[in-house]
Design a binder for this molecule. Structure first.
Ligand code: PMV
Length: 310
């Protein structure tokens, strides 16, 4: 493929983890799907490959983003484009904003370099960026974003890479995403859990194994079109996350609110901790979004998989 001449546009989707966050770090499966919200990268011709840094970033954030972009540029042969970024996704609440940004940049640079931005190549380049942002992420975020499909993801034991199996849904899968306040960075929450796991390995290993089972059962429920079973798996997963010390009053309150509004299942999504995003599985998400918005809750709905209304 010949290098495509700018202006170019590429999108990276945010993600929600339906089942299996945290245990996925320890090699168990997680079920995750792409949001319609995400990050858009735009490229215009330039003398060299460069990123226009968003103006609202702190100095460490600028340094991190510059280093991550340099990794993507290196992996794609530094095509001569200037890249700008635009997000319609809430940042740092568990919705995979850094992976969305990484996939958007990866796709754009691949296209500018004349390469097909296949999910595999986009994931490879995005992974290089994600390591700057997170250190040792499980890989579920950028894999889901690059595939743009519902996936059952599993990290290969003893490695930092993993694979996502696409999970087809015969039913439309709608979630309401509601924000329940600020939270600590993922790295801190994952690190604190690792300390508890190192202190009481048998108990924590049992809980991780059970979450992995629930994630696999949830994937089978999706394939069978059994959304009630998927909702139940989400509720059980929330209980197990609370047992691991990853929930908090703001998250629990939002979980119960969503269940009260008719969610088939509801749970925190992403790293959790003292706040962040909560998801509810709904057959009809519209009325819940209207009610929550009226109550002042920041929320939106997204279809993760299944047939779309025309
Ligand atoms: O909160 P987020 O979007 O950073 O998601 C974290 C998901 C974890 O399973 C907690 C960490 C990981 O690397 O998979």
């Amino acid at each position: 493929m010949a290098p495509r001449s700018p202006p170019l546009t590429a999108f990276g989707a945010g993600k929600v983890i339906l089942l299996g966050e945290h245990s996925v770090v320890y090699g168990h499966p997680a079920l995750a799907g792409p949001l319609s919200q995400g990050v858009t990268a735009r490229g215009v011709p330039a003398k060299q490959c460069q990123l226009a840094l968003p103006s609202n970033l702190s100095r460490p954030q600028r340094a991190q983003l510059t280093a991550a972009f340099a990794r993507a540029a290196e992996a794609t042969g530094s095509p001569p484009v200037k890249v700008t970024l635009d997000a319609d996704l809430p940042l740092a609440v568990g919705l995979g904003s850094s992976a969305a940004l990484s996939v958007a940049c990866a796709r754009l640079l691949l296209m500018a370099a004349g390469k097909e931005p296949t999910p595999r190549d986009a994931a490879r380049v995005a992974w290089a960026m994600e390591q700057e942002f997170h250190g040792t992420p499980s890989g579920v975020d950028h894999t889901t974003s690059a595939e743009e499909r519902l996936v059952l993801y599993r990290r290969k034991p003893g490695t930092t890479v993993g694979k996502g199996r696409v999970v087809d849904s015969p039913e439309p899968l709608h979630v309401v995403v509601a924000l329940a306040g600020e939270r600590s960075p993922t790295k801190a929450t994952v690190g604190a859990l690792r300390e508890r796991q190192a202190r009481w390995p048998e108990r924590y290993t049992r809980l991780f194994t059970e979450i992995g089972r629930v994630a696999s059962e949830g994937a089978r429920a999706v394939e069978a079109g059994d959304l009630e079973a998927l909702g139940d798996a989400m509720n059980v997963n929330q209980g197990l996350l609370a047992a691991l010390g990853l929930s908090s009053p703001p998250l629990e309150e939002m979980v119960y609110r969503l269940r009260g509004l008719g969610a088939l299942g509801a749970k925190l999504t992403g790293a959790g901790g003292d706040g962040g995003a909560v998801i509810g599985l709904f057959l009809e998400p519209g009325p819940a979004v209207t009610k929550l918005t009226r109550l002042g809750v920041r929320c939106f709905s997204s279809q993760l998989a299944g047939p779309r209304a025309v």
